[in-house]
Design a protein around this ligand. Structure first.
Ligand SMILES: NC(=O)c1ccc[n+]([C@@H]2O[C@H](COP(=O)([O-])OP(=O)(O)OC[C@H]3O[C@@H](n4cnc5c(N)ncnc54)[C@H](OP(=O)(O)O)[C@@H]3O)[C@@H](O)[C@H]2O)c1
Length: 327
């Protein structure tokens, strides 16, 4: 089968197409004929050998996929050959076939295409768990989303609005802010041309209830300062490459909570909340109320360009790799 392979750690351009053996499913696994895959920021870090988990090369990057089950191990009962499924995985999605844990597969709801399903997993789940369970966002509350044109950020804008919050989106370009407005943001702040701290104060004079931050860097403190007493700052990632150092006196004086969201930790430590969130989110997808915005599409041959697009912070919403059409 054809796959995009990372033969040695490096920039996105090290990823090249090669013919590799289709992986056979081991116990508890299923083999999926991949129609679409989606790119996540950690894919870039994994290829660079800079992620918190290191996968030794050669490996096939790609952490989200959608397609059809073509083989299951003898002990698998939850899914069957022919099921249309999507999944998140550490690596392996940028290939014509991928072998993944059968337990990680979710059936694609009726009427949802493969690209949409592939692009839905990581960003929407991260945003929904963070807002619904970690920040406990309520209808009528004020939400500020940093990186609001990116994968997690744009999902958070959409889901925050669906949860009934008033959303203020912060991003670098008018195009990203247009996408955020289309996803449900009421107010926008272009951080390259505006002082974020002063603008948030002006736009939300009563203070904000929740900040969702997938970016870090200088914007984090400016957004934290917008919180009202009792507000929650959820840190999700550091796409800017800079981990902010927040003065603790700010947290004390403002009486706010700073809390981290880490996917695996949340799923294992809060299984009941995780299961409820997953149910609700799948319902929103099935009803076509929650949808990823797909800002760019690439062929499998262009997997390196897809990774480059995300590495440079140019992605608006999700970037999809169209692997092969349905049979
Ligand atoms: N905690 C978890 O479990 C979890 C789960 C999923 C993702 N994450 C993390 O969340 C972060 C965001 O993921 P994502 O998929 O939303 O990424 P993304 O689509 O690439 O968006 C990241 C945003 O960060 C901003 N940015 C600023 N400097 C950047 C730079 N040098 N390179 C790239 N982006 C830059 C950009 O916004 P502007 O252009 O508007 O500044 C960009 O839109 C990543 O760090 C990822 O690892 C964490």
């Amino acid at each position: 089968m054809r796959a995009a392979v990372c033969a040695a750690y490096g920039p996105p351009e090290v990823v090249a197409i090669a013919d590799v053996a289709a992986p056979a499913p081991g116990p508890g696994q299923a083999r999926v004929r991949v129609e679409a895959a989606a790119v996540n920021f950690p894919d870039v870090l994994l290829v660079a050998g800079e992620y918190q988990v290191r996968v030794p090369p050669p490996f096939v990057p790609g952490s989200e996929l959608a397609g059809v089950v073509v083989e299951v191990a003898d002990d698998v009962t939850g899914v069957r050959v022919g099921d249309r499924v999507f999944a998140s995985t550490m690596v392996g999605a940028f290939a014509e076939e991928a072998t993944v844990a059968a337990a990680s597969l979710t059936r694609i709801p009726e009427g949802v295409d493969a690209a949409t399903a592939a692009a839905f997993g990581v960003a929407h789940r991260t945003a929904y768990h963070s807002l619904r369970s970690v920040a406990e966002l309520r209808p009528g509350q004020e939400l500020v989303v940093l990186g609001a044109g990116g994968g997690v950020g744009l999902a958070a804008v959409q889901l925050g609005a669906l949860l009934g919050a008033t959303v203020t989106a912060v991003a670098s370009t008018p195009e990203k802010l247009d996408a955020a407005r289309a996803a449900g943001a009421t107010r926008t702040v272009e951080h390259r041309t505006h002082d974020v701290r002063a603008t948030l104060k002006e736009l939300v004079p009563g203070g904000t209830d929740v900040v969702l931050d997938p970016v870090g860097g200088d914007l984090a403190e400016a957004a934290l300062r917008s919180l009202r007493p009792g507000g929650r700052f959820v840190t999700v990632g550091f796409a800017s490459g800079t981990i902010p150092r927040i003065p603790l006196n700010l947290v004390l004086i403002k009486a706010v909570t700073v809390v981290g969201f880490e996917f695996l930790d949340f799923m294992t430590r809060r299984p009941a909340d995780a299961a409820r969130d997953e149910r609700e989110l799948l319902g929103l997808l099935a009803e076509h109320r929650a949808r990823p915005h797909i800002g760019a599409r690439f062929a499998l041959d262009e997997a390196a360009a897809a990774l480059r697009h995300v590495a440079d912070g140019r992605a608006i919403g999700k970037v999809v790799v169209e692997v092969q059409p349905p049979v």
